[in-house]
Design a binder for this molecule. Structure first.
Ligand code: FES
Length: 684
């Protein structure tokens, strides 16, 4: 007896979902049946080009599948028509047209290109699997008929059920007065934006916008509201591509540099909250206009937005008074994730667009830290992973898939160049790399905008072009680290004045000493740059605050070592992990396990924008993160005091010791201003 012929086996990548399908099944239908997300705007008519796939060639032993492009039916007329006008890269097929004819491994690309658009500035290049809350759906609606007196809206909803399989779709009441015109303008063909939140309690699919005719553009915004900078990415909901990115200073800076001074401003000024809410919303409006223009679309094409920010930025953006966040118990007005219509806060995008805000972890660990967590996934890891977003208030998450703890630490603005005599923000001309000769104590530097060290040919030209203007955060970490490794400062951070006899770079400055890092150069239009004892002190205070916060979290989890460290934020991405460890900013860890992860908050926001399941993931994770208030923990002070030393008074750094030659222990005792003052935790 011969075995009955089995239906072809189809495996979709990257999801790994597989199933058997009768010959002649459109690949798009097979994907739908398996729950594999493939975009489609035209409903399988072969005109939108969003449903592209690629059949893999070869034998996939692991899966027992021999796949070939000719296991798909031949190229159709519709595909030929499509590729005449648009981009259909070699090997790509439209899954609504290609039929299953044999075993297949089907690749679902996550970056489908339709127009030859120019991508101006890339966000992170990470490819995010898509399943957005808002979908564009083209429908052909039955024309009115005296025999069947159904209303225009009802026939539209009926078409959505019939052609797209939506269950109980609804239409936003706001659209009803326009529906007659829109349907007639499109000659009964329209494209609907259908928003499906994905949570049972949020109700069924909702038509949030209607475009006459076939409309193939739908975008979303991912915005990170930082206390210093607002960064926004305009991303296609249909292809996952970042079409444009832009940033602007947060205009709230004029009300206060740091977070606590902004809270104070609200407390002191009756109009303060309103002014700051307006300032940030206006700035975001300007960014939106810039992004939309750059991408060649209209604000009506922006159908969703995701915002992240620290708790104070989060509250001020929503128009909530942040005063309660200024002191214990740091009570948030709302901590859960939020979803609402953009027009409720006057956001200049499509009237029906929905805003999603990630949950805040605690009163001092915000939605930005939630976004970083989502992007870096300590909750998906086996390794004990430390994630630090270094800013004026460092947000710290530690743990693995079993347990997570979070806290914030008041590092202050020293790492951003503030509070440092020669400090400046990272910009061309800022010193970002430093090495000090262990014998002669002579330094060499690199500045942003040039690749050469200062003792190399070509540096002079760089110095003339961009100048040597100051020292930025990563430069400060390196110079302090190098001063320690070269024995210029002792483990308590005291500059060794006796070295003045050996090098003229060690100079008496008031009652302490300083280190002359850059002599100044008229040709390079630069002044001399010194590292003062007070600069070392500022770095000690900042790094001790961060380390003490990390150590508290390690205590909570009973850890003596972390297995991986991810440094988020602009500063975190530029610091050299070795120097971060030399100064004891982060705990000891294998150096190759310490990584700068860039703008992880922005990546997390884009993930939540492009895929609803990431929203559910972070909502669930945030609920189970244990929150720790550093100021309330008795051991904070003890850890803080130990962490004032380089790299640390009590902790051991075996991985670090295996990487660099640490200097012999030297304690100078310090003068009046030489020994660091002890202090308690402070909030900024
Ligand atoms: S679904 Fe539109 S082209 Fe295939």
């Amino acid at each position: 007896m011969t075995e009955p012929q089995k239906d072809p086996l189809v495996l979709f990548m990257p999801s790994g979902r597989r199933g058997r399908f009768a010959k002649g099944t459109p690949v798009l239908d097979a994907a739908r049946q398996l729950g594999v997300y493939i975009e489609s705007v035209c409903g399988g008519r072969g005109i939108c080009g969003r449903c592209q796939i690629e059949a893999q060639e070869g034998h996939f032993a692991k899966h027992g599948i021999s796949s070939a492009a000719d296991h798909l039916s031949g190229v159709t007329e519709a595909e030929n028509r499509y590729s005449e006008k648009r981009v259909l890269a070699e090997g790509r097929r439209l899954s609504c047209q290609a039929l299953v004819e044999g075993d297949l491994v089907v690749d679902v690309p996550q970056d489908v290109q339709i127009n030859r658009q120019i991508v101006r500035k890339r966000a992170e290049t990470r490819v995010i699997e898509r399943d957005p809350a808002t979908q564009l759906c083209y429908v052909e609606v039955e024309e009115p008929d005296m025999e069947k007196p159904l209303g225009d809206a009802d026939r539209l909803l009926h078409a959505l059920v019939k052609e797209w399989g939506f269950e109980k779709p609804r239409i936003a009441a706001r659209l009803l007065p326009q529906i007659q015109k829109l349907l007639r303008a499109g000659e009964w063909k329209v494209t609907c934006a259908v928003y499906t939140d994905g949570r049972a309690e949020a109700g069924g699919p909702l038509v949030t916008a209607i475009f006459p005719g076939f409309h193939n553009v739908g975008c979303g915004l991912a915005v990170d509201i930082g206390s210093t900078t607002i960064a926004a990415h305009l991303t296609s909901l249909l292809s996952g591509r970042t079409m444009a990115s832009a940033g602007a200073p947060n205009p709230q800076i004029r009300f206060g540099e740091d977070l606590m001074s902004r809270v104070s401003y609200v407390m002191m000024n009756p109009e303060g909250r309103v002014q700051m809410t307006k300032a940030v919303r206006d700035a975001i409006g300007v960014l939106i206009a810039e992004l939309v223009q750059g991408a060649g679309i209209t604000t009506d094409d922006v159908l969703e937005a995701v915002f992240v920010g620290n708790p104070i930025m989060h509250h001020l953006f929503l128009g909530i008074d942040p005063t309660e966040l200024g002191g214990a118990p740091f009570a948030l007005a709302v901590s859960d994730a939020l979803s609402f219509e953009a027009r409720e806060i006057g956001l200049p995008i499509n009237d029906g667009a929905h805003v999603y805000m990630l949950p805040c972890i605690a009163g001092h660990v915000g939605a930005d830290a939630a976004a970083v967590t989502l992007a870096e996934g300590p909750h998906r890891a086996d390794e004990m992973t430390l994630v630090v977003d270094v800013g004026t208030n460092a947000e710290i998450v530690l743990g693995n898939k079993d347990r997570l703890v979070a806290a914030s630490s008041p590092t202050g603005p020293a790492f951003e160049g503030a509070e440092i005599s020669g400090g400046q923000r990272a910009a061309p001309g800022a010193i970002e790399r430093v090495r000090i000769d262990r014998e002669t104590l002579e330094p060499k530097i690199k500045v942003i905008g040039g690749d050469e060290w200062s003792n190399e040919e070509g540096f002079e030209k760089v110095a003339q072009d961009v100048g040597v203007t100051g020292i930025c955060g990563s430069g400060i970490i390196e110079v302090v680290g190098e001063m320690y490794l070269a024995g210029i400062i002792d483990e308590d951070g005291v500059i060794d004045g006796s070295l003045a006899a050996k090098s003229e770079r060690i100079q008496p400055t008031g009652r302490t000493f300083s280190y002359l890092l850059w002599r100044g150069d008229e040709a390079a239009k630069s002044q001399e740059i010194k590292i003062l004892q007070t600069d070392i002190r500022a770095i000690q205070l900042a790094k001790a605050a961060l380390y003490a916060g990390v150590r508290l979290l390690m205590d909570k989890l009973g850890l003596e070592q972390v297995e991986a460290i991810k440094l988020a934020g602009a500063f975190g991405s530029y610091i050299d992990p070795t120097y971060a460890m030399v100064i004891g900013l982060i705990p000891d860890c294998p150096i190759d396990k310490v990584k700068g992860v860039g703008n992880a908050a922005g990546t997390g926001a884009r993930m939540a924008l492009l895929n609803r399941s990431y929203r559910r993931e972070i909502e669930e994770v945030v609920r189970r993160i244990e929150k720790i208030e550093t100021a309330m923990e008795p051991r904070f002070q003890e850890h803080f005091v130990a962490a004032m030393a380089f790299p640390n008074k009590v902790e051991v750094f075996p991985n670090l010791a295996g990487t660099v030659t640490l200097p012999p222990r030297k304690v100078l005792g310090g003068g009046e201003d030489g020994r660091p003052r002890r202090r308690g935790g402070r909030r900024r």
